[in-house]
Design a protein around this ligand. Sequence first.
Ligand SMILES: Nc1ncnc2c1ncn2[C@@H]1O[C@H](COP(=O)(O)OP(=O)(O)OP(=O)(O)O)[C@@H](O)[C@H]1O
Length: 343
Amino acid sequence: MTPLMEADDLAVDYQAPGRRVRALDGVDLTVARGETVGIVGESGSGKSTLGSAIGRLLSQNAQLSHGALTIDGESLFDLSAVQMRRVRREKLGFVFQDPIGSLDPTKRVGAQLRLALRGRGASLDVTGQLERVRLADPRRIARAYPHQLSGGMAQRVAIAMAMATEPELLVADEPTAALDSQVRDDVSTMIFALAAEAGTSILWLSHDLAAVGRRCGRVAVMYGGRVVEDGPASEVLARPAHPYTHALANSAPASAAPGERLQPVPGRPPVLTGPSPGCAFADRCGFAIERCRSERPRPVRIKAQSVLCHRAEELAGSAALAVHGVGSAVATTPPVPLGGDRS
Ligand SMILES: Nc1ncnc2c1ncn2[C@@H]1O[C@H](COP(=O)(O)OP(=O)(O)OP(=O)(O)O)[C@@H](O)[C@H]1O
């Protein structure tokens, strides 16, 4: 069956002053209908570029270098602007980190919600849409301007807009990172519940491994603009098969026992100016051999995981990649199931 979303060897560059930055260096990833996929990785690994590419919402200085991105079999970079707007309207929803910045500051919430819903086949019942995202006193909220809302309220409005048409895929780029910790969990729970009701797949871009492990069925780990490990969240986070996932999982806050110091991933992530000749993690990897620096790894299957590492088979199951903590947090909480396949 055609996957809902497929990135095939997707490479995207940014032209920055005086240099070119390769943000995506051959991403391979699929999202099936009804799946919840978390994308994790350090800053600069390419998560937001991938999320924006899915809506063809990349900044003007971005350029597709090669590869393809399809939604429901339609190749996004081959569509006209009109066709792309249709795909966005009918199939995609987006929620970003900065909720107030994603709303129009000059328009009342109700007016912009109505504008966003018009022509999208969604209910124009603005109050009802605000109630769905559990906003108390929706009439008052509809009359408010974005600056009169708290971050949590504004994010709920943005979620109402994104979910009103029951999109097939919701791309959520760190949607709770700017919120207070007590609101964060409520907002995440609500997004996953609304998606489950609507049968919407989720691509959840996040730094928070533990939250991804609790909420997503699958996790894709990005490094240097590639997906270096992909598989069931409980497996990837508890029994990583890529040295980078291992380092990341051990640096995640949930992996530290009380009083224990986190072990940051040693070194700094790369800023690529072109295709990486080998594994982009080689300079920071304790297991790297010469081949890692000169030959790009191809995907290897390790149990349910797909891994980009020359030494994955050798390292599989060894104590060298044991994770403390974050994996057990994941294993005890099954991900929220989605509402089923709409095809
Ligand atoms: N508009 C831009 N112009 C130039 N370079 C950019 C631009 N946007 C992103 N980059 C660069 O592209 C690379 C990937 O960035 P991206 O924002 O996609 O990563 P990320 O994993 O989402 O990071 P974060 O978690 O910090 O949001 C980085 O090296 C970043 O500096």
